[in-house]
Design a protein around this ligand. Structure first.
Ligand code: BGC
Length: 270
């Protein structure tokens, strides 16, 4: 049985009805955390229930919680309800994110705003509520050395420009500086805030990039380690950042990308 590094801790994982969020939710639950499997809409309830069922099948605990993270009142309500039901929140995984790709000269304001409101404003709203609760509660030494932990799901595109995805890349660049700024602001309060920057991970968000052997071969040209990542690769990193094993890690982005950020185009060029 896995060591229960997050015993008695409560974790909210946003966007946990699919992809990376679902994998992270399961890993935190397996480590003993009670996990709030957040999902955005009625249409995603069934998928969130599948994540929760997998958690329970492994002996874990949690609930599903519908909340569109881009809506201020909904986010406040989610935190208030979770705190009423479980006493506090110890870990926030700011994971919810999406893409609405378009050539820049054709990108609509709606596409721009939708991506920024979920990916960046959503992380702001959730982080703010989490920090308010961490400050209120402070450190509980039996649970963790920190007063709270936030993990922001960023992307290699916080540093790699991406044509046709300016809204998405801008949201991830924004996450990087929000994360570092609040990590600096709240480190004296023993709140740890870090990001994970996944590379290409096999999930629905990038399905077309790996679904056929041809697409996968093309994608692997960008990945020196020569395999597409899995949600388990990211979940392991999230568990480490949420646990006291990373107690001295604050304000950093952990790239989990098989070397995608190593400029692979330069390996036989330049
Ligand atoms: C994007 C994926 C993409 C990956 C690597 C991620 O942040 O969501 O669609 O495959 O970055 O480019």
């Amino acid at each position: 049985m896995a060591e229960k590094k997050l015993q008695n801790q409560v974790a909210i994982v946003t966007g946990a009805s699919s992809g990376i969020g679902s994998g992270v939710a399961k890993a935190l639950a397996a480590a003993g955390a009670t996990v709030i499997v957040n999902h955005p809409a009625t249409a995603t309830e069934a998928a969130a229930e599948i994540t929760l069922a997998a958690i329970k099948a492994e002996g874990g605990t949690g609930i599903t919680f519908q909340c569109d993270v881009s809506r201020e009142e909904a986010v406040k309500q989610m935190f208030a309800d979770v705190i009423t039901q479980f006493g506090t929140v110890d870990i926030l995984v700011n994971n919810a994110g999406l893409q609405r790709d378009a050539p820049f000269d054709e990108m609509t304001l709606e596409q721009w705003n939708f991506v920024l409101s979920v990916n960046l404003t959503g992380q702001f709203l959730c982080a703010r509520e989490a920090i308010r609760e961490f400050l209120r509660r402070g450190i509980v030494p039996q649970k963790s050395k920190a007063a709270g932990k936030i993990i922001c799901m960023s992307s290699v595109h916080e540093v790699i420009p991406w044509s046709g995805h300016a809204n998405y890349a801008a949201s991830k660049g924004g996450i990087m500086m929000m994360m570092k700024s609040i990590a600096q602001e709240f480190a004296p309060k023993k709140i740890r805030i870090n990001s994970i920057a996944p590379g290409a991970i096999k999930t629905p968000i990038n399905h077309d990039a790996w679904a056929t052997p041809q697409a996968e071969a093309k994608l692997l040209e960008l990945i020196p380690y020569q395999r597409v990542g899995t949600v388990e690769d990211i979940a392991a990193a999230a568990l480490w950042l949420a646990s006291d094993d990373s107690d001295y890690v604050n304000g950093t982005t952990l790239f989990v990308d098989g070397g995608m950020t190593l400029y692979p185009g330069f390996s036989e060029n330049g």
